[in-house]
Design a protein around this ligand. Structure first.
Ligand SMILES: [Zn+2]
Length: 205
């Protein structure tokens, strides 16, 4: 005589964000998996569908992170915030959701968009990895919850980034903060230059 199904209030009423037209899954799910990801030849030897796409394999990590960097190129330009791309991938190498900075709102951060879309879709994040072209922010001016806090609260246990947040707008430090909370943070420095180039106008060099 109970009401077993009343535990998920947060999923209601948020679905409209998805109508924003950015194609959360579309971007990554369609284009990426098809095989021809990286202009620079990210996937050595042709990544087989299945196992080698799974987060944790170095080639897979690099491939998904390269996709996040590609997404960052879609960000509406800003002189007051970084352009970042983020892709959430499950343990089997399937894209859960993706996002990029200012995707639906000028205050949007990439990781936040991906997490929001995953939540709205009711997706499980168990065993998932978040690929972000930039270290998740620890502090931000635009909204109260930083991406590092959102990630910690989401239950994600693994994050892969291309570079650490430089102290242009905020001090950075999201990666270390996450590691202190037991989240594994993997840096792939050879993609840093590609990720940084998207933000060259903010770096003054
Ligand atoms: Zn952020």
């Amino acid at each position: 005589m109970g009401e077993p199904g009343s535990g998920l209030p947060a999923e209601r009423g948020k679905a409209r964000d998805d109508a924003g037209g950015v194609a959360a899954g579309g971007v990554a799910a369609g284009g990426v998996a098809a095989g021809g990801v990286a202009p620079g030849g990210v996937a050595p030897g042709g990544v087989a569908p299945g196992g080698a796409r799974a987060p944790g394999h170095p080639a897979a990590d690099r491939r998904w992170l390269a996709e996040a960097v590609e997404l960052s190129r879609r960000c509406p330009q800003s002189s007051t915030a970084f352009s970042v791309g983020a892709v959430l991938v499950d343990a089997h190498g399937e894209v859960i959701a993706a996002g990029y900075s200012r995707a639906a709102d000028p205050r949007d951060h990439a990781e936040e968009v991906a997490l929001r879309r995953a939540r709205d879709a009711g997706a499980s994040l168990a065993g998932a990895t978040l690929y972000s072209s930039l270290e998740p922010c620890l502090r931000r001016a635009s909204r109260p919850a930083s991406c590092a806090e959102l990630i910690a609260a989401s239950g994600l246990r693994r994050v892969v980034i291309a570079w650490r947040e430089p102290p242009v707008f905020q001090p950075g430090g999201g990666g270390v903060w996450l590691e202190r909370r037991g989240v594994t943070v993997v840096e792939v420095p050879d993609l840093a230059e590609r990720a940084r180039a998207v933000n060259a106008h903010l770096l003054g060099a």
